[in-house]
Design a protein around this ligand. Structure first.
Ligand code: GAR
Length: 194
């Protein structure tokens, strides 16, 4: 496999700024991963445009028509296998996976979460951080497992919580470090796989 770039898919649901940071990282000739597919469960996800602009194939797979998590995940799994994907990066993908899917992709699927896990898993993260009176927060890239936001941690970055912060100002500060952290973490993981 030496010299080959790890075939990577990115799963999104929205804005896609982390997807954009990964696309930009992959533009470097020495980056060990390439994005070969972007999947969104939301048809109007803004991030799809970043993929189209970069000439990356996209798939929209809305979750609503599927009767169960497993059925939806089976369709995602099929798309990933059709594209011969070796690594999956969740970047603001706001669906919880079935245990079946998490186990099938174990060790080959990463997620980014906007807190210093294991603190503040789940949703409304920045609200929770501020309500708890934390003085720092950050972002975590971890392996996805069947338990939400609980898989082995690959990398973290810290930011201060400042007086007067709102969920929006804190989210923006965390997002800035996410954009460096995710490409670094994917590099580390991909280098182990080439
Ligand atoms: C990011 O802050 C990411 O960490 C978070 O959603 C945002 C997506 O932004 N993910 C989660 O909360 C997952 N539980 P983006 O669409 O601009 O990359």
């Amino acid at each position: 496999m030496s010299g080959a770039r790890v075939r990577t898919a990115v799963l999104i649901s929205g804005r896609g700024s982390n997807l954009k940071s990964l696309i930009d990282a992959c533009a470097a000739s020495d980056y060990p991963a390439e994005i070969v597919l972007v999947i969104s469960n939301v048809e109007i996800a803004g991030g799809l445009q970043f993929a189209r602009d970069a000439g990356i194939p996209t798939r929209v797979i809305p979750h609503k028509p599927y009767p169960t998590r497993e059925a939806f995940d089976a369709e995602i799994d099929r798309a990933l296998r059709e594209a011969d994907v070796a690594l999956v990066c969740e970047a603001g993908f706001m669906r919880i996976h079935s245990a079946w899917f998490a186990e099938r992709w174990a060790g080959r699927i990463l997620n980014i979460h906007p807190s210093l896990l294991p603190k503040f898993p789940g949703i409304r993260v920045h609200e929770q951080v501020l309500a708890a009176g934390e003085t720092e927060s950050g972002a975590t890239v971890h392996y996805l497992t069947a338990d939400l936001d609980s898989g082995p941690i690959i990398a973290q970055a810290r930011v201060p919580v400042l007086p007067g912060d709102t969920p929006e100002t804190l989210a923006a500060r965390v997002l800035e470090v996410e954009h460096k952290l995710y490409p670094e973490a994917v590099r580390m993981v991909a280098e182990r796989n080439t």
